[in-house]
Design a protein around this ligand. Structure first.
Ligand SMILES: Nc1ncnc2c1ncn2[C@@H]1O[C@H](COP(=O)(O)OP(=O)(O)O)[C@@H](O)[C@H]1O
Ligand SMILES: [Mg+2]
Length: 334
């Protein structure tokens, strides 16, 4: 049986840009799919197609069992809320915004009020609930936006880069909220540029680049494909790159990647902190002076380098940093 979000062979081109080059998804009910990719990979296009905002050139898609292409109105009618920033009224308070959304969805005044109160608590907005939304910080708006998308408890949700641009504390809070949501049975497709975020929230991860799926798997599977943890060393002088490369090549797994102008070397390793100590000793024995050394987990760039042999192209910001979340689901009972 297809999952709560299902798509086959989605293709969408814009002129000569292939935003989606034949993408499949199957997200089992109650799970989270992390759609991971750099700017311009096609993430937003996928979300827009799945939420009926954009017609694909070909392919098929089903959300909550409804055919997105054949019955867009039915899907749209059952969309809880297209919860973009635009949906937040700056001059209303957080509470008023949520109550208004509830009433738009024909909840009784009383139910809307109760639901708004519940969500304000859950999204750590209770203290600011009676202030106009225009006084909210970026993180608070993001949470209000998500709360608005959840007024009608949609069983399927889409979140497009929900934490891009948030500071670590707000990101952490949002992650907790999303985790609670998923614990409650929501099926979620979440797009992100951060492996760390997909790692924490997603059951399955689908890595896309230039409109194509280049890898799928759990976070552990992807990380083991990229070689797990890495040691990163910055040597003091350029002529120390070669001896450092020899040390890392010997103790690490495979060749060290070098960024010459930064005098930086990176190598995948097994053995964590203990190996780090060993590397430092060996570098020291060879007279290599270190400006910086550390152990770090693979980043999206590492995943990309190992999957494609090249770094994720850093495209210029496409003006899409504002998170969009769209909630889709069957209508709640009145
Ligand atoms: N409306 C559009 N018109 C022209 N090109 C577009 C449009 N929307 C997206 N694209 C292009 O399609 C590609 C994928 O974009 P997008 O889905 O927004 O990527 P992501 O969300 O992963 O950053 C990019 O090259 C982008 O410039
Ligand atoms: Mg995008």
């Amino acid at each position: 049986m297809p999952g709560a979000i299902y798509a086959e062979g989605l293709v969408k081109t814009f002129g000569d840009v292939t935003a989606l080059g034949g993408v499949d998804f199957d997200v089992p009910e109650g799970t989270v799919l992390g759609l991971l990719g750099p700017n311009g990979a096609g993430k937003t296009t996928a979300v827009r197609v799945l939420t009926t905002l954009l017609m694909p050139d070909s392919g098929s898609a089903f959300v909550a069992g409804i055919d997105v292409l054949k019955k867009p109105h039915e899907v749209r009618r059952s969309i809880g809320l297209s919860g973009q920033f635009a949906a937040v009224d700056e001059y209303l308070t957080g509470r008023e915004n949520l109550q208004m959304v509830g009433q738009l969805y024909q909840m009784s005044r009383r139910d809307a009020k109760a639901r708004a109160g519940e969500l304000l608590d859950r999204f750590h907005l209770a203290d600011a609930a009676d202030r106009p939304a225009k006084t909210y910080s970026g993180g608070m708006r993001r949470r209000l936006d998500l709360a608005a998308a959840l007024i009608v408890s949609p069983p399927v949700m889409f979140m497009d880069e929900p934490t891009t641009g948030l500071d670590p504390r707000n990101r952490q809070q949002l992650w907790e909220v999303i985790e609670e949501l998923v614990a409650g049975g929501t099926t979620l497709l979440l797009t992100t540029q951060y492996l760390e975020e997909a790692d924490r929230l997603a059951h399955d991860i689908c890595v896309i680049d230039h409109g194509l799926v280049i890898a799928r798997g759990t976070s552990d599977q992807l990380k083991s494909r990229t070689g797990g943890e890495r040691v990163e060393v910055v040597v003091h002088q350029s002529d120390q790159i070669d001896p450092a490369r020899a040390v890392l090549g010997h103790l690490g797994k495979g060749e060290a990647a070098v960024v010459p102008h930064m005098r930086k070397l990176t190598v995948p390793v097994d053995g964590g902190a203990k190996l780090l100590a060993e590397i430092i000793r060996d570098l020291d024995a060879r007279g290599v002076e270190i400006d910086d050394i550390g152990l770090r987990r693979p980043t999206l760039d590492d995943v990309f380098i190992s999957l494609t042999g090249h770094a994720a192209e850093q495209q210029k910001n496409d003006g899409d940093e504002a998170a969009q979340s769209v909630a889709a689901g069957t209508e709640t009972e009145k």
